[in-house]
Design a protein around this ligand. Structure first.
Ligand SMILES: [Cu+2]
Length: 215
């Protein structure tokens, strides 16, 4: 049942993103438009957040509206679902959070504190089915990091337009969620209290573990 609530929590973040996306579409009419079909190869070095101890790398090969996304990670909390997303916001800084984003000085960067940097969810990098923001915390369709490792590969489809061009130009941010702060093998409230997205959820389930800008 907690899983259902995870969906609800992310739903709020998704709504915030819809307006931002509309914004960039309206303002980009004068942008230079590279040929939509030209292949673009991007990569992101995933750096640990919240002392997760994890590290990883993302490769995203775009051809037209499709991207072949490969994610390799080690050092995540084992055998727990790790939501993974491509974040983007027209109003965001299009970068990863740093310690100065810890608005409430609790020595953690939660999801909300990172939104000014990476924006809302654009794509949920699920293992099957829907990849929209609606699947933001579809925990039964995200990698569970056996031995702390993720080896993920999937083709993700995008809508044509300004947002896709922004991603191809290096403004997308990959965020991997889920930090077992107290190292007890489960997401629980003892680690870091309740999630700011939904007080009925442990913050451990939603806190960012890794972040990297796709460039
Ligand atoms: Cu995310």
């Amino acid at each position: 049942m907690q899983h259902r609530k995870l969906y609800a929590g992310i739903g709020g973040m998704v709504l915030a993103g819809t307006a931002a996306v509309a914004g960039i579409q309206a303002s980009s009419a004068t942008e230079a438009k590279p040929a939509a079909s030209a292949p673009v190869q991007l990569e992101a070095n995933l750096k640990a957040m919240n002392d997760s101890g994890a590290a990883g790398r993302v490769d995203a090969d775009f051809t037209g509206r499709k991207a072949e996304v490969r994610i390799k990670i080690r050092g995540l909390a084992k055998n727990l679902p790790h939501a993974q997303h491509l974040h983007f916001g027209a109003e965001a800084r299009n970068e990863c959070p740093n310690v100065f984003d810890d608005a409430n000085n609790d020595l953690r960067i939660n999801v909300a504190e990172g939104v000014p940097d990476y924006g809302p969810i654009l794509k949920s990098l699920t293992t099957s089915g829907d990849t929209s923001p609606k699947s933001g915390l579809a925990v039964d369709r995200f990698p569970t990091a056996p031995k702390g490792k993720v080896d993920y590969e999937r083709t993700i489809n995008f809508a044509p337009g300004a947002v896709l061009r922004a991603i191809k130009s290096g403004k997308g941010v990959i965020v991997i969620h889920g930090v077992d702060h107290n190292g007890n093998g489960v997401y629980d409230f003892d680690g870091a209290g309740a999630s700011e997205l939904d007080p009925s959820l442990p913050a451990e389930a939603t806190d960012p573990a890794l972040c990297g800008v796709l460039r």
